[in-house]
Design a protein around this ligand. Structure first.
Ligand code: HSE
Length: 435
């Protein structure tokens, strides 16, 4: 039998401990599949004494993950520390420079430094695998990197954050408050350490930026992503969406347009009958539209220790199966030096349908004034409904537009606000075409 693949794991939190347990519990199966054993030879974590449900006594412990990456007798460095700078960036860089393969689940690191790290990996002839960084256990990286050569992608979109999808699902199904659902997500271990990362869309944006590079062969441009989170989605929005035949999801969308590539993360209304609307709870889904393949939808568990560990272990096993002298494919599906500069489409030119919820003073002429602002901005309305429910002297007006532009909607809602008819800020939610 070939020599064991020696793995060093930096970070033994929920995911790191799950990875160590899976490697131990499934040692016999993995050895048979890979033709060689995989052993955890070194680890780095803050607390060496904590019980993680796996025997790590034969691994060498390092306090400093950079030292582990540089000095440990390992073939693969597994980074599960998190964060786009500090020890995560330093240790991954050190491991690649030392000619070691790297497996990481770190979307923040890749969204900021992925191209530079890919250049090092490709120069050194080692693998940088990151299946767990996007959509947890769904093999979307392998699919886009390895199975879609020759396809021209027009749009990639998905539910990329389990915490947000869990919150929106429970708000809709049980009529619960946003805060109560967030607390449960944290208790169940789905949420990031800082929940604003999940609920304000940063986590989705990091993942989307990686998918954009894979889809369009562009440099990663996470800072260009238009971002809105779900913290201002209310029961009123969820109920109105349901009445109109929509469901609200936090989507990340990257789309090729005439003016460049649009990257956006925001609460989105998708038709209730669409496939993506059936994705509930912590489950993630990614839809990829291409010229040759058509539309592909992948869905599966997107958060939690075991789902993420499954992807990390798959990446480690790929390295165990590769043989010396084998030429590794490029990290982002295209050689890092070939990734093109990114041409950003401005959000104001985004075209689509819009849901607009207005809370207005109950006075004669308000409806007419709203309709006039819409007409003045060339916005064609699909429906306009006034809800009688509301506080004294207030009414809710719900508009659904035909395809228009973000610029027109902003001008119209600014105009309605200036007219003085609103008692609250307008709520605007984009509608996404989905099959
Ligand atoms: N916090 C993430 C989510 C999981 O809720 O999907 C890790 O990316």
């Amino acid at each position: 039998m070939a020599e064991a693949l020696r793995v060093g794991i930096a970070g033994l939190g929920t995911v790191g401990a799950s990875v160590a347990r899976v490697l131990s519990d499934k040692a016999a199966e993995l050895t048979r599949q890979c033709g060689r054993p995989i052993v955890v030879a070194a680890v780095s974590a803050r607390d060496a004494s904590k019980d993680r449900g796996v025997d790590l006594s034969s691994a060498t412990w390092f306090v400093d993950p950079v030292k582990l990456a540089e000095q440990a007798d390992i073939d693969v460095f597994v980074e599960l520390i998190g964060g786009d700078e500090g020890p995560a960036r330093a240790s991954v860089t050190a491991a690649l420079e030392a000619g070691r393969h790297v497996v990481t689940a770190n979307k923040a690191l890749l969204s900021r430094h992925g191209v530079a790290l890919a250049e090092i990996a490709e120069t050194k002839g080692v693998l940088l695998n990151y299946e767990a960084a996007v959509a947890g256990g769904i093999p979307v990286i392998k699919t886009m990197r390895e199975a879609m050569a020759g396809n021209s992608v027009s749009r990639v979109f998905g539910i990329l954050n389990g915490t947000c999808n869990y919150i929106l699902t429970r708000m809709e199904a049980e009529g619960l408050s946003f805060d109560a659902c967030l607390k449960d997500a944290q208790r169940l271990g789905y949420a990031e350490a800082d929940p604003t990362f999940d609920i304000e869309g940063h986590d989705t944006a990091h993942k989307l930026s990686i998918l954009t590079a894979l889809a369009f062969g562009t440099k990663i441009a996470a800072d260009d992503i238009y971002m809105e989170g779900i913290s201002n989605i209310s029961q009123a929005d969820i109920r109105a969406a349901g009445e109109l035949g929509y469901r609200i999801k936090l989507l990340g969308v990257a789309q090729r347009t005439e003016s460049g590539i649009e990257q956006r993360v925001h609460p989105t209304m998708v038709p209730t009958a669409s496939v993506i609307a059936q994705v509930h709870g912590v489950t993630n889904a990614v839809a990829i539209e291409t010229d040759i393949l058509g539309e592909l939808l992948l869905s599966g568990p997107g958060a939690g220790g075991n789902a993420t560990a499954s992807a990390v272990v798959g990446d480690i096993a790929d390295i165990a199966k590769s043989r010396p002298g084998f030429q590794h494919g490029p990290v982002f599906g295209w050689p890092a030096k070939e990734l093109k500069p990114y041409k950003k489409a401005q959000m104001r030119s985004h075209a689509g349908g819009y849901f607009i919820r207005l809370t207005v003073h109950d006075k004669i002429g308000v409806f007419a004034a709203i309709a006039k602002r819409m007409a003045d901005n060339d916005i064609s309305l699909e429906s306009i409904v006034q809800h009688s429910a509301g506080a004294d002297n207030q009414k809710t007006v719900i508009l659904v537009t035909h395809e228009t532009t973000e610029a027109a909607v902003r001008k119209a809602t600014d105009g309605i606000t200036k007219d003085g008819h609103l008692t609250d800020k307008p709520q605007v939610i984009r509608i996404e075409r989905a099959g």
